[in-house]
Structure formats: C-alpha cells, structure tokens
Design a protein around this ligand. Structure first.
Ligand SMILES: CC(C)(COP(=O)(O)OP(=O)(O)OC[C@H]1O[C@@H](n2cnc3c(N)ncnc32)[C@H](O)[C@@H]1OP(=O)(O)O)[C@@H](O)C(=O)NCCC(=O)NCCS
Length: 152
C-alpha cells in the first residue's frame, strides 16, 4: 500500500525536480536544491517503487503556526488521493506540535477547501507577511490565495 513517509536525504533531487516542474508552470514557487536540503526535515513524500511521486512540506513559522508548502504530485499520478494523504500527514504533525493553525498560499484553493480548509486574507497571517512576503517582488499584489485550517 502506498504511504506517506518522511523524506530522506537521498530524495532531495527528486523533490527539487518535482517542485520545479510545477514552478515552471507557475503553480508553485520555485525552490533551489539548497533550499530543499536545508528544509528536508520538513518534507513528506509519497513513493512508488522508490520513485518520489508526491511531496509536501510543513514549515513552522511561529509558536502556534506552520505553513504547508510545496505540495506537488506528478501529473500522471493525480487523482489517486496522494495530495489528500500528504495534507493529512502534515495536519497530523501539526496536531502533535500543538499548532493552532496551518496555512498555505495556493492557486488551487478548491483542492484545500475540499479538505475543510477556508480561504483567508493573507494579512491575517502577519508572520508570513513579515518573514517572506515583504521580500517578494509581487508583494502586495500577490495572486496566490491564502487558505487556513484551524486545529483547535
Ligand atoms: C493539487 C494537487 C497536489 C492535488 O493532488 P492529487 O493527488 O491529484 O489530489 P487528490 O487525488 O488527493 O485529490 C483529493 C481531492 O481533491 C480534488 N482535487 C484535486 N485537485 C484539485 C484541484 N486543483 N481543484 C479542486 N479539487 C481538486 C480531487 O478531485 C479529490 O476530490 P475527491 O476526494 O472528492 O475525489 C495536484 O493537482 C498538484 O500537484 N498540483 C500542482 C501543484 C499545486 O498546484 N499545488 C497546490 C498549490 S500549493
């Protein structure tokens, strides 16, 4: 049975390639290989026969808040429930960490809404704005939609 597990260091390049397929289509923010390795402990993967076919990262941004980042599934593996499994694993970890909320910035809000997330104003996520958004050339005219899931 296909499962979601923690990424291993030797999967960094596959994760990098998967994210950047979607970044090239404007659906995800690009990540460098260095950023993937620096954050490898945030990543979960779905594998089929040792090949990474899906990934997602849970990145802590504050004492009660984390961002679900870089969720991607290979084209030919869509609609197998892998995206949903990856979100579920991140949410489970968020609960273990006692987070109040998880958020994501996405062009696919309906995917998250199907899983019970709600659209939100990014300005209600000040930690995100302070940490990253101010450095983004698109700020404040960001086209990504913030979605959040309350955990308590
Ligand atoms: C979004 C993405 C991760 C979904 O992965 P997936 O493995 O195909 O999703 P799942 O099979 O787990 O789908 C779970 C549910 O969400 C629905 N769904 C999947 N993608 C959707 C989308 N883009 N919009 C609306 N609903 C979507 C599915 O129909 C399914 O519904 P069901 O439970 O009623 O059958 C995948 O399309 C992807 O890699 N997209 C490119 C990267 C991206 O946009 N990432 C999200 C932005 S951060």
């Amino acid at each position: 049975m296909t499962q979601v597990t923690r990424a291993t260091l030797n999967e960094g390049e596959q994760i990098f390639e998967l994210i950047n397929i979607w970044a090239g289509r404007g659906q995800l923010l690009p990540r460098t290989l260095g950023e993937v390795y620096e954050n490898i402990r945030d990543f979960y993967v779905v594998r089929e026969e040792n090949k990474v076919v899906g990934c997602a990262a849970l990145h802590i941004t504050w004492n009660d808040l984390a961002e679900l980042k870089s969720i991607a599934v290979l084209d030919e593996k869509h609609s197998n429930g892998y995206g949903k499994m990856l979100v579920k694993e991140c949410v489970e970890e968020g609960k273990i960490l006692n987070l109040s909320k998880i958020f994501a910035l996405t062009y696919q809000p309906q995917f998250f809404e199907k899983l019970g997330w709600k659209q939100a104003d990014v300005m209600t996520l000040p930690q995100k704005v302070w940490n990253e958004c101010y450095r983004c050339p698109k700020f404040p005219a960001c086209e990504e939609i913030a979605v959040t899931l309350d955990l308590n």
